[in-house]
Write a protein that binds this ligand. Structure first.
Ligand code: AGV
Ligand code: CA
Length: 314
């Protein structure tokens, strides 16, 4: 297996179980330099999500990594039951064993933090987003030249040729939640020249969190990180009544791409963003003239699972 390219990463997540697992994965990748973390108050309540983020950094003895809280809010709030997941992670014993005091998040809000980090970057960096894109869109709107500092935007969002996962009033079900929270932000990001690699539901639909995967993880529970990750995923089991098959590896697939790109195939797609109801937040494939992006498509699920299980052995 060829080594993935070394990268400096700015990570903007929104505090879901999947997002916090993504943080653990990033911190475990030897070729990744994590230059900062933003917590967006979308699929989480901000206080426990920031606290859990700081505790995960402490767990990895990486208190040197700065954390910023987003202060922008989308127009379509996430379901409150989903947002509450961060409380449970923040309360896990394994994250509360240490008595080392937690640092404070930085004083500047997420979009200013991203702008400062991009400005300071000596060479272009990767911006990984596993929640809404509000902070990056705002940073680039205020200071368009910062786009030069972005090597690649890697974002979990959208649904191209498959149905969306939003079930809400005044919506037709065509959008994915990260895009639906703040559709105008997606619209603005699409007007920039940043190279976008998108992980839409088309790709993440291939990676439900299966019982088989969780059992394999359980068998390596002697590794503290595998134990922690297994407890996080266990919180998601049985939380989705009815319409979705199960919790998916939405963000963890997107993050895993940085370490195991060979597990994923891509296609170049022309797209348009629909900013208003009833399809608000839909990222639509169009035959011509649309914004060109690279979209994840198929996943070699067995190789991806093997990669994640190996990564969590520490
Ligand atoms: O739409 C997927 C995004 C991902 O970033 N999030 C969850 C992942 O963090 C929203 C979401 C969709 N369905 C969910 C979600 C569910 N059943 N529970 C929690 N969040
Ligand atoms: Ca997320």
């Amino acid at each position: 297996m060829t080594q993935p390219q070394p990268r400096t990463v700015l990570f903007d997540h929104d505090g879901g179980v999947d997002d916090l697992l993504s943080l653990m994965m990033l911190l475990s990748m030897p070729h990744i330099t994590l230059a900062g973390v933003v917590v967006t108050p979308a699929d989480c309540f901000l206080r426990p999500a920031t606290s859990a983020t700081l505790k995960i950094l402490r767990f990895f003895e990486r208190d040197d990594i700065e954390v910023s809280e987003g202060d922008l809010h989308g127009v379509n709030p996430f379901p409150r039951a989903w947002r509450a997941h961060a409380y449970a992670i923040d309360a896990l014993p394994i994250l509360n064993e240490s008595t080392a005091p937690l640092p404070q998040p930085v004083a500047e809000p997420g979009h200013e933090f991203l702008a400062r980090k991009l400005r300071a970057a000596e060479s272009p960096v990767t911006v990984l987003m596993t929640g809404p894109v509000s902070n990056l869109a705002e940073a680039l709107t205020r200071e368009p030249a910062l786009v030069e500092k972005i090597e690649e935007v890697v974002w979990m969002g959208g649904a191209l040729q498959v149905g969306g996962n939003v079930r809400d009033y005044e919506h037709d079900g065509s959008a994915e939640w990260n895009a639906y929270w703040d559709p105008p932000a997606v619209y603005r990001l699409w007007q920039t020249d940043a190279p976008i690699t998108l992980f839409p539901l088309d790709a993440t639909d291939h990676v439900p969190v299966t019982t088989d995967f969780l059992l394999r993880l359980a068998r390596q529970r002697r590794y503290p990180l595998s134990d922690l990750a297994g407890q996080c995923w266990a919180l998601t089991v049985g939380t989705i009544p009815g319409y979705e098959y199960t919790y998916h590896m939405w963000d963890t697939l997107t993050t895993g791409y940085l370490g195991a790109p060979h597990c994923i195939t891509f296609r170049q797609v022309r797209t348009e963003v629909i900013p208003s109801p009833p399809s608000a937040g839909r990222i639509k494939e169009v035959p011509s003239n649309g914004r060109l992006i690279r979209a994840a498509d198929k996943v070699d699920v067995e190789s991806f699972h093997a990669y994640v299980l190996e990564l969590l052995k520490r």
